[in-house]
Write a protein that binds this ligand. Structure first.
Ligand code: UDP
Length: 484
């Protein structure tokens, strides 16, 4: 009774996927919801929490990554749960084993947590927000009578392609002994896409892998969610988003960045950051190329060598983020002999940095990227044109958006194999070639699109408000059902 007349604050439990590129946008989403009157309980796995903690300058200070955010009045609580493996287990080296076991054991950990939380939470738990890649949250939402919100951290185009895997299969473009190679024209909201631009998993010939099992379950589960939130912008992908909206309530609310596009007060990095600002301040504006392949993808040693030689030949200044496991965590000696001496003074190699700080620095003029979605959004925000070097998963599809559709970048490699000469030529084309003016014009337009979406009556702000009001109605209906 009381709940119906004096609705309490919505309380959402938020489960990011346990990967760096998914935790990063989930944190500002939590902050945004809490700034709009929600209580949020944010759940990391023990492993993600541990990595974040040991990567901080003062590891002991960080048992609750939201403690600073709470001091500013936000009601964000934090809990950690197991992912089925000990902390010391190398999840990067044992990728397949981890992803085979994780979806089987994680639901039990989630249920244990919610068995504790649901009876005693104040305000009562009313909804759950879970990354779309999870396979089982519709079951959890039903069990605890929670409104089920799916959070998609990649472009709408990628979501819709996974969403329509059945159509791709029926038409022989996916999961057939000899996948068709002609243009795909039947996906709702996607006028045309070539098979080479599908996500790597949809181009694979072996579809019996663990990842395929996850995809099949996750994209059947998302169809049972009450709402889908996407970290994209309506005006960037209008047709795709409209077509998804015809299927279920879908809201483009991006780009979701830390407030002020500055270093987040909530720690999210799983590797220790090197400070690049001093080095950058010695360089001319627009003269430095930033190179990073994100947190998850691997590159072959041969390709890393060609990129190294290409950087060396190009003569440009650069910062290169080389994660310790970029080739594999058991192969760390990957750069050509003498490379670091050769590039002294104009090249800085780090294992991790605060990317949004680096991209915001006026010295940065270009970005060789693996085409991770966060990196693309961040680069657009900083007006940095891209050299696209997709390696895996959605990165091939994101490349199409960047290079073919929005024209804010060029391909690092047009034909495989990658060669140092082509790398050097493309770097110089990006940093100072004839086409740079056109790229800068397009990236300025894209930046305006993002900025407008976040403005007071912009599409993402409107979509966010619309989502909150529809969610509140749904929560009240659920409460009504409970009373009956
Ligand atoms: N990132 C960072 N420092 C680095 C490299 C990456 O802070 O040295 C951040 C980057 O800003 C982005 C995220 O890590 O927010 C990577 O996400 P993305 O979607 O680009 O790629 P993924 O890691 O998921 O493949």
């Amino acid at each position: 009774m009381e709940n119906n007349t004096h609705p309490k604050k919505p309380h959402a439990v938020l489960f990011p996927y346990p990967l760096q590129g998914h935790v990063i946008p989930s944190v500002p989403l939590a902050v945004k919801l809490a700034s709009n009157g929600f209580t949020i309980t944010f759940i990391n796995t023990h492993f993600i929490h541990h990595q974040i903690k040991i990567s901080q300058p003062n590891p002991t200070d960080n048992d609750d990554i939201f403690s600073e955010a709470r001091k500013s009045g936000l009601d964000i609580r934090y809990q950690v749960i197991g992912d089925g493996f000990p902390l010391g287990f190398d999840r990067s080296l044992n990728h397949d084993l981890f992803w085979e076991v994780f979806p089987k054991v994680f639901p039990t950990h989630v249920e244990e947590l919610l068995d504790d939380m649901v009876p005693s939470s104040e305000p009562p738990l009313t909804c759950l927000i879970a990354d779309t890649f999870f396979t089982f949250f519709s079951m959890i939402a039903a069990k605890y009578n929670l409104v089920n919100i799916s959070f998609w951290t990649e472009p709408a185009l990628v979501l819709t392609l996974y969403y329509h895997m059945d159509l791709l299969k029926e038409n022989g473009h996916f999961d057939s002994p000899d996948n068709r190679k002609d243009v795909i024209t039947y996906i709702p909201g996607v006028p045309a896409i070539e098979p080479k631009d599908l996500m790597s998993y949809l181009q694979a010939t072996d579809t019996s892998t663990t990842v395929h099992q996850i995809l099949n379950k996750a994209f059947s589960d998302v169809k049972k969610s009450d709402f889908i939130l996407i970290n994209t912008v309506q005006e960037l992908e209008p047709n795709t988003i409209s077509a998804l909206q015809e299927k279920q309530p879908t809201f483009a609310i991006g780009p979701i960045f830390p407030s002020g596009f500055s270093k987040s007060i909530v720690a999210t990095n799983m590797w220790s950051e090197s400070d690049c600002s001093q080095w950058l301040s010695t360089k001319r504006n627009g003269s430095v190329l930033y190179v990073s392949f994100g947190s998850y993808a691997h590159a072959s040693k041969k390709d890393i060598e060609e990129i190294a030689y290409g950087l060396s030949l190009s003569k440009v200044n650069f910062i290169w983020v080389l994660r310790p496991d970029i080739v594999s965590s058991d192969e760390t000696d990957i750069l050509p002999v003498g490379f670091e001496d050769k590039i002294k003074g104009r090249g800085l190699i780090v294992t991790w940095c605060c990317q949004i700080e680096v991209l915001s620095h006026p010295a940065i003029g270009g970005f060789i990227t693996h085409c991770g979605w966060n990196s693309i959004l961040e680069s657009i925000w900083c007006r940095i044109p891209l050299l696209a070097y997709p390696l895996l998963t959605d990165q091939f599809t994101n490349r199409k958006l960047v290079v073919d559709d929005w024209k804010i970048g060029i391909n690092l490699v047009d034909n495989k194999p990658i060669t140092r000469e082509e790398v050097s030529e493309k770097i110089n084309r990006l940093m100072g070639g004839k086409s740079r003016g056109e790229l800068m014009k397009k990236i300025e337009e894209a930046r305006n699109t993002l900025e407008n979406a976040l403005s007071h009556s912009g599409s993402s702000e409107n979509n966010f408000s619309q989502f909150v009001s529809e969610l509140k109605v749904k929560i009240e209906k659920r409460r009504g059902l409970l009373v009956i």
